[in-house]
Design a protein around this ligand. Sequence first.
Ligand SMILES: [Zn+2]
Length: 391
Amino acid sequence: MITGNYEVIKSVNISLVLDALRQHRELSRTDIARMTGLTTGTITNIVTKLLEHGFVKEKGSVRSSSGGRKPTLLELHAEGGYAVGIEIRTTAIKASLVNLLAEPLVTLEKPGMFRYAQGLEIITEMVEKFQQSLGRAHEKMLGIGVSVPGWVDFTMGKIHNLPNLPGWENVYLKNDLEMILKPPVFVDNDANLSAQGELWFGQGKGFGQLIYILVNDGVGAGFVFNQQIYRGKGYSVGELGHVYFGGSEEICRCGKTGCLETVASGKAMETKYRRLTGETITVEEIKQRLLAGEEQARQVVLQAADALGRGIGALINLFGPDSIILGGRVFRHNQEFIDAVKEAALKYALPVMSQGVSIGVSKLKEDSSIFGAVALVFQSVLQPYSLYALK
Ligand SMILES: [Zn+2]
């Protein structure tokens, strides 16, 4: 429990120290003080606590060029803790066991489309396998982060529903898993976690205000502002796909017409291509035909890019991000689409807002939400209240 401002400040400080070590790998206490703006006394206290819990280790000292006292270097202790990141997809359930440096140790994947009861069984089996592989160190499993493609109440860990995955309506995933498995469970939306994953481990490193644009069958956005996922008041934010942009009278899966998703998603491209040519092909085939120079494929892709660019332009105007990251399979091997989206985003945003905004493609590719799930575990667990609880 957060008991007051003092506790909040302490937790922020611990996060700052861990962030500095994650980003720079090896630092002295003085380096950390300089980077975080905290006093050396505060750093010493925090580091002592982190050393006690085995999350950080001392790494000997470096030679000082001035011949002065050699400072002891600190680094995150890879074996000091472990986390599991799980992604529930419409085509598979994928899970990774990572160490404290977020290096994947074991990855498991079960292809298929699963309903809730099966999903619970598969996740449980995967986590139990990870625990076996850790042997006695399984007690250092800090938590399990789960990414789901839909609406979830983060605080309760309750899934409202997953639009493209039937059988997951109104289920308490966090609670149900915690009844079976020991480590704490955190459940969040895939776009949110992809944003967090990119910020911690990918393209978004070093940025403060980051928006992740996820384009698969649908279109979504995840926001990380000041290092924190922005979750709004309840089940969802970033429903970019269901913002009215006009240009289409297509009925969206949400029941409304004119949604961005009916023009800019992978599914929308397939529908548009079918209307144009009479041929039913996948978005992957549309990409290949675009590469081969086919005009209809180009028309479909560029129309989607323009619509998506409008959406991103609006987000730039509204939130003033410093980084926009494009992710999801529609962007993969689709350079012409990427270029067109960037160009449109800059065209539709106010120049004063778009100036200096970095727009790039996800580096973590399909694993950004798994890394985000892992980041969520580390962020949630490695706070002072939890450190006391770990004793
Ligand atoms: Zn809609």
